[in-house]
Ligand binder design. Sequence first.
Ligand SMILES: [Fe+2]
Ligand SMILES: [Fe+2]
Length: 187
Amino acid sequence: MFRVGARFVHTPAARKALIEKIIRVDHAGELGADRIYAGQMAVLGGSSVGSIIKKMWEEEKEHLDTMERLAVQNNVPHTVFAPIFSVAAFALGAGTAMLGKEGAMACTVAVEELIGRHYNDQLKELLEDDPEAHKELLKTLTRLRDEELHHHDTGLENDALKAPMYDALKFVIQLGCKGAIKIAEKL
Ligand SMILES: [Fe+2]
Ligand SMILES: [Fe+2]
């Protein structure tokens, strides 16, 4: 990092590393989200919340496409744990959906709250570095953040809080996701 006026900005190498970290972890996150909703659909596709889950899933597919594109453009390899994350995320989606629609929605609230916060942290990091240099990425991540928070609210509107052991469920899911984030930021 070096100082420009009152601001500290990254060296070109550090900036590249920052962008790589962000794209790799976000790609992993969107892959996980796609698989979570796929798991939920497998169990609850035909239920009263099927169309609600399907709509969120469609948005996650678009998020994943966006991250795939960014990864190609910036030459960022996917996390080596992508296959494991995929299986774990599907199991998380299907497993919570087996608790009923409230369980699925509690999973959505837990994941989307964490991801929304994570996108906010990244936006802050990019803004602190250089709003102009990161203009396009900031725009994309802001849109994704807003859509994740909308998913979070959809979960709350659809009885997430009525899930069995809501607090414990949320805690465990967020703990798992935090671990996955830590790993995907590095490898
Ligand atoms: Fe997403
Ligand atoms: Fe989402």
